[in-house]
Design a protein around this ligand. Structure first.
Ligand code: F6P
Length: 322
């Protein structure tokens, strides 16, 4: 048997752990792995090579993806997919392992629906926003990176008795923002799924905290918040309340770095499981973790609502920063 393997969409720490596990589990089963570079772009261009166990030496602890990754609009064209499928078949490929987010999984699902190519998805995105799993690869590392960065910002915020707005990633999801805010004792968090009128709530929380004698504050802002970026919110606060505040955008440092133990472990488990299931004849599915257990979902589960940060966590942030 021969399987193709690719990483797609935004990279996330732990992708290399998953690649290593796919290749080595396949090796152990006598299955060949064709490593595709640059996601679907590489599938279209035939940019691939065989991967063996020794090609994955010393990558477990490395961030990024040795296969490189891309977001590929061309893949939306059925004719492009048909051509790529023909090329894969010509290489003797009987299944695809894809490490990425929901958009990437949909790209793989199309190969299954149109051409019957079995596909295994490994959830790889720092956003932790896939239905059917309570963890995605890279979330734990990104969270720890953001918390470590904000701990440093807290030092200077305290020294200068300043307000900081710190923007974290999450174009459509507040998962990183809410968990980071809780873990670093932020005074407030702004995130897209929050139900409250959060500008008013934010002001009320800040004023209450200043009235209690707190001089330094940190507001964590999700990149995709409805009020706008941290710069936009900061500008509004500055104008309306004449505040001497600072804005920090953590940006892509959250996507890099050595994966946490948690991301290495789940990358390894999911990688091995993906190969085992494809070798046993599974169709199109993606892996996840629910209540601590490894689970597999049919690709259709992607249609379900994405997970949102539990409201009580967001509400806890101002209570615990009193
Ligand atoms: O999907 C992961 C993610 O990191 C989002 O949180 C963020 O909005 C986006 O990728 C950034 O993408 P890019 O690297 O293309 O700017």
């Amino acid at each position: 048997m021969r399987l193709a393997l690719l990483t797609s969409g935004g990279d996330s720490p732990g992708m290399n752990a998953a690649i290593r596990a796919v290749v080595r589990q396949a090796d152990a089963l006598g299955v060949g792995i064709l490593g595709v570079r640059r996601g679907f772009e590489g599938l279209i261009e035939g940019d691939w090579r065989d991967l063996r166990s020794r090609d994955c030496a010393n990558i477990l602890q490395r961030g990024g993806t040795i296969l490189h990754t891309a977001r590929c609009r061309e893949w939306l064209d059925p004719a492009v997919r048909a051509k790529a499928h023909g090329a894969l078949r010509a290489e003797g490929v009987q299944g695809l392992v894809i490490i990425g987010g929901d958009g990437s999984f949909r790209g793989a699902q199309a190969l299954w629906e149109e051409h019957g190519m079995p596909c295994a998805g490994i959830p790889g995105t720092i956003d932790n926003d896939l239905p059917g799993t309570d963890l995605t690869l890279g979330f734990d590392t990104a969270l720890n990176t953001a918390v470590e960065a904000i701990d440093r910002i807290r030092d200077t915020a305290s020294s200068h008795e300043r307000l900081f707005l710190v923007e974290v990633m999450g174009r459509h999801s507040g998962m990183i923002a809410v968990h980071t805010a809780l873990a670093c004792g932020a005074e407030a968090v702004l995130y897209p799924e929050s139900e409250s009128d959060h500008y008013e709530a934010l002001l009320a929380n800040l004023q209450a905290s200043w009235a209690r004698g707190k001089k330094a504050s940190i507001i964590v802002v999700a990149e995709g918040d409805r009020l706008g970026s941290a710069y936009v919110v900061g500008e509004r606060l500055r104008k309306e309340h004449n505040l001497d505040l600072r804005v920090v955008v953590l940006g892509h440092i959250q996507r890099g770095g050595s994966p946490s133990a948690m991301d290495r472990i789940w990358g390894s488990r999911w990688g091995a499981e993906a190969v085992r299931r494809l070798a046993a004849g599974s169709g199109a599915f993606y892996l996840g973790r629910l209540n601590g257990d490894l689970v597999a979902q049919p690709m259709e589960a992607l249609l379900g609502p994405p997970p949102v940060p539990p409201a009580f966590l967001g509400e806890l942030v101002p209570i615990l920063s009193r």
